[in-house]
Design a binder for this molecule. Sequence first.
Ligand code: FES
Length: 112
Amino acid sequence: MKWHKLKVTQDITRPFIIKEKVGGKNLCIVSFESKLYAVAATCPHAGADLSEGLCVRKLIVCPYHRYTYDLETGKGGEGQNDFIETYPIEIRDDGVYIGVNSVWDKLKNGLK
Ligand code: FES
């Protein structure tokens, strides 16, 4: 896993959703109830940009058809049978970092 430093200029104690390209992936960086989350920015249902959605009860809500995804697990709402990727976030002394697995990392982890 490679850790990427984010250029977050927002106050992370306030709610926001921003879209950032990190490690070649489009991610939503979400601040909700003073906690940061990183999830895939593309909705698996029909490709909407989740950064244009909203957050309700630790769920990100897609702006197109209102599908929901858990910010911690990426699991889709009941009956959706889908999910979005989630990414670990670390707040370090020098900034905010997001961990992104490469395809090679995923293959190695899949063999364990
Ligand atoms: S595109 Fe996201 S719910 Fe349909």
